[in-house]
Design a protein around this ligand. Structure first.
Ligand code: SF4
Length: 263
């Protein structure tokens, strides 16, 4: 393993990262651009001067997802404002996203109380039970997402080219493939990888949590973010997404090990 960089080397690398981050994230091209984003997300997460490093990191990731996805857009999406068939299913979030959304709720105590009440309706349901129950997301109001600008990466990745397939899958509950443009899915996976690797760079566990319960935990736990950043597993009671492929987890570990000396 390489030795850690000296302070001047780290400063020079940070300047280079800032230059690379300003360029489009060319997926499949120069890997240094993705590496620059990984280090940046890790720096945001670990910034103890910030009120919420997790919120900064999650906000950065979702904004960058939007910037990246327009560079590969293939058009033809059926998704429209007010169309919310997919918002009646379970959503998976990372811990920083849960803290980010909890921060939004904390700024509106009335909304936080309503959320905590609504969240109980989905607590403990399996993915299948949730799919069949068609319980609306607690953030859905009049068929619109009330945290749209801050919605998690999973929601940003849930797009479709065919509203008929969405109705069949989410309303009629038939086993249906939702036709999602491959470029969109690729960008989702790349940004998930960037966030996961940044989390591993801080020696924290990567996991996908059921959004509603995870946000409730992030909202209620005293000093929850601080505890999580210090390695306390405050999300232990929350159901995890077990579909993460071992190859994905291995790739994240490899990349984090490779980048650790440069942080
Ligand atoms: S967070 Fe917003 S986009 Fe995601 S499921 Fe809930 S209402 Fe829909």
């Amino acid at each position: 393993m390489r030795d850690r960089l000296s302070r001047p080397e780290r400063r020079a690398l940070q300047r280079e990262d800032d230059r690379l981050r300003a360029l489009p994230l060319n997926i499949g091209g120069d890997p240094r651009r993705a590496e620059a984003h990984i280090r940046h997300v890790a720096r945001l997460l670990g910034d103890r001067q910030s009120k919420s490093g997790c919120s900064d990191a999650a906000g950065y990731a979702v904004a960058q997802f939007d910037k990246t996805v327009v560079t590969v857009t293939e058009g033809g999406l059926a998704c429209r404002r007010g169309c919310a068939h997919c918002c009646h299913q379970g959503v998976t979030v990372t811990a920083p996203e849960a803290f980010h959304i909890a921060g939004i709720l904390r700024r509106a105590p009335g909304r936080a109380a309503a959320f905590l009440e609504a969240e109980l309706a989905t607590r403990g349901l399996s993915r299948g039970e949730r799919w069949r129950a068609r319980i609306p997301c607690p953030f859905l109001h009049n068929s619109e997402c009330t945290i749209y600008e801050s919605r998690p990466l999973s929601c940003r990745g849930a797009v479709s080219r065919d509203v008929g397939a969405c109705v069949a899958g989410y309303v009629d509950l038939k086993q249906t493939d939702i036709p999602t443009p491959p470029g969109h899915t690729l960008v989702l996976n790349v940004w998930r990888m960037i966030v996961s690797t940044a989390i591993r760079l801080l020696n924290l566990p990567i996991a996908g949590y059921e959004m509603n319960h995870a946000v409730a935990v992030a909202l209620i736990a005293e000093d929850g973010e601080k505890k999580w950043l210090n390695g306390e597993d405050i999300f232990a009671p929350v159901a995890q997404d077990t579909s993460m492929a071992p190859q994905y987890l291995q790739s994240v570990e490899r990349l984090a090990t490779q980048l650790a000396p440069t942080l």
